[in-house]
Write a protein that binds this ligand. Structure first.
Ligand code: PRX
Length: 588
């Protein structure tokens, strides 16, 4: 458990921390296989592989009595649920869905704040073999419409606060049949709309009437379990679909990357369940092992976060670089007000973890944040820093045992160490996505020469450590959330004053990137600060609180190719004062 930092040719290196069952990375790779984890999870079982039975129902009796979920509400109230409690609740919800006519393969979406019912509904839906789709509660009507329409969702679970956003676009969701409202604080009045196609139900009423006994049908491991929408450069977000078997990779990485020992650990994943980290590591991996999770409903707040760690004696903490930078900004003095001695292992995901953040964490908590790299599409951590590996701050670490990763040239062949290229993976982990929902063409286009092309640029050093360089596309990473420029541009041009819009990611010291919009106005509109604010609010409300342009610049016209495509690359080069590169396709 030494935390000594030593110097090396590549800079400061932190020696191995935590569980040192493996003598080093090579030993780790020799000893850990997907098959071992599958065996440890007692797979295959007579009823196949279902994430819900595996994560909730079929733990040994002593684990069934353990806390699965320790929930802290924004208002400070608390609720605890054992695995046994969740078994009964998810059984009830599975019966509710069955009664409402939900069939295997139907898409059921959960659009809720971070409350216990979110977990109950998601796992209840998995029990009936629906394909579940979590929706980030900060999404506005336009963002949820794109996703629900694309998925053909038949049922959405929501709350009184979020429901108006769904009501605003429900007419444009022909497949939608049921809206279930979780009315935790009894604020909901059912509205009797003309729209008979969509039935509205109170969650509490349905749950009270349902039995808490349910038999999960045998589930083929390849059955689709969950879909997460993710943004690309062009077009609207697409749904990356995963199967039930993904749980094997999620459990293996939870055990060997997050270093979880379920008998003793209390684990906190700060990601929202609307994103893949919040499901793969905020539910599936840890619960498959029988781990106690802490869930804090509220938004980021340095004091509340430290309080959560202190009060629940959190031992393993999985968070994101932007959150770490925000904690750094909140000041070191704050940390001293809390007893954070329970922390044993720290990890981070979603953006490059800058060495300063690692050094800060080491100074304040006496622990090193272990960077992990993966994507919505990979479903589980693929490259990481492990307890058995020295940490080179700034590196994403090395591939997980069983993962083959490489840096490729433009003809999809591996490059030698030190050279920069496309980060690619053999698409073999149990958690790798199976397709993009109804966009198999797009899925196929990401496979080249037997590799899955991640869309990131990277290099490998002489010691086999991977270093992130950047994205290959125009997708913006703001505070760990991927945002497609096309989505933001589509929302912008719906504003009556906007003629055209081009959106880029602008480097930002805290959020990695912020969204910047270049906007040309329609005849009759004059640029003004008031109009900027109005346009920002417009996008914020329609799309999402995290996806609005923090900067808006009015320009007379946008640089376009002769075929009329906005040249974002040029906008970015001009913004950053970089060379403009090839402009031969620029419109006269
Ligand atoms: O560009 C990489 C960045 O986030 C992308 C994946 O985003 P998403 O699908 O939303 O999933 C986020 C959580 C798994 C990657 O293609 N990214 C993720 N982790 C890292 C990272 N960039 C640098 N370092 C990381 N550790």
């Amino acid at each position: 458990m030494s935390q000594a930092a030593s110097s090396s040719t590549t800079g400061v290196v932190f020696s191995r921390q935590g569980n040192t069952r493996f003598s080093g990375y090579e030993d780790f790779c020799r000893q850990v296989t997907w098959q071992d984890t599958a065996q440890q999870l007692q797979l295959p079982r007579s009823n196949g592989v279902n994430k819900a039975t595996l994560c909730i129902d079929e733990h040994p009796p002593e684990v069934m009595q353990r806390h699965a979920l320790r929930w802290l509400a924004t208002d400070g109230s608390r609720e605890d649920y054992t695995f046994e409690d969740l078994k009964q609740l998810t059984n009830r919800f599975a019966n509710v869905l069955t009664q409402l006519g939900v069939r295997p393969g139907d898409r059921v979406f959960v659009y809720l704040e971070r409350i216990p019912e979110l977990y109950v509904c998601l796992f209840g839906a998995l029990k009936v073999q629906a394909v579940v789709g979590p929706l980030f509660s900060a999404f506005g009507p336009e963002a949820i419409q794109d996703r629900l329409a694309d998925a053909g969702a038949v049922l959405v679970v929501t709350s009184p606060t979020l429901k108006p956003r769904l009501d605003a676009i429900a007419d444009q969701l022909p497949a939608l049949q049921h809206v279930v409202v979780v009315d935790r604080y009894q604020t909901w009045q059912p509205t009797h709309t003309e729209n008979k196609r969509i039935q509205e139900h109170a969650y509490e009423t349905l749950m009270n009437q349902a039995s808490d006994v349910f038999t999960v049908p045998p589930t083929d491991p390849d059955t689709y379990s969950i879909m997460h929408y993710t943004s690309g450069t062009t077009g609207k977000p697409k749904g990356a679909v995963h199967r039930h078997l993904a749980v094997v990779a999620q459990a293996a990485t939870t055990q060997h990357v997050l270093d979880i020992r379920p008998e003793q650990d209390v684990y906190w994943c700060t990601a929202d369940p609307g994103w893949v980290t919040g499901t793969s590591y905020g539910m599936f991996g840890p619960w498959a092992l029988g781990t106690t999770l802490v869930v804090y409903e509220g938004p980021f707040d340095a004091d509340r976060w430290y309080q959560v760690i202190q009060d629940y004696q959190v031992t393993v903490w999985y968070t994101a670089p932007t959150a770490i930078r925000m904690l750094m900004k909140a000041g070191d003095a704050r940390v001293k007000n809390y007893n954070l001695g329970s922390l044993r292992h720290l990890a981070s995901v979603g953006e490059p973890l800058n060495p300063e953040a690692i050094h800060w964490g080491h100074q304040l908590f006496g622990k090193v944040f272990h960077d992990t790299w993966w994507q919505t599409e990979t479903g589980a951590i693929h490259i990481a820093n492990y307890p058995c590996l020295e940490v080179k701050p700034g590196s994403m670490g090395k591939p997980f045992p069983g993962v083959v990763a490489a840096v490729l040239d433009d003809t999809w062949n591996p490059l030698p160490a030190g050279e920069e290229g496309c980060l690619a993976l053999r698409p073999e982990a149990p958690s790798i996505f199976r397709t993009y929902w109804q966009r198999d063409d797009l899925y196929q286009s990401r496979l080249k020469n037997g590799w899955y092309i991640t869309g990131d640029r990277a290099r490998v050093d002489e010691d086999g450590y991977f270093w992130f360089i950047g994205r290959e596309d125009d997708v913006i990473n703001t505070a760990g959330h991927l945002v497609g420029p096309f989505e933001v541009e589509s929302a912008l041009i719906e504003h009556p004053a906007v003629a055209e819009a081009g959106v880029i990611g602008k480097p930002d010291p805290e959020r990695l990137e912020i969204i910047k919009a270049f906007v040309s106005l329609k005849v009759g509109y004059e640029p003004s600060e008031a109009l900027k604010k109005e346009i920002q609010t417009f996008v914020r409300q329609r799309l999402a609180a995290h996806a609005y342009p923090r900067e808006v610049e009015f320009i007379a016209s946008l640089p376009k190719t002769r075929s009329g495509k906005i040249m974002r690359r040029l906008l970015k080069a001009r913004e950053l004062g970089l060379p403009e590169g090839d402009t031969s396709t620029l419109e006269e």
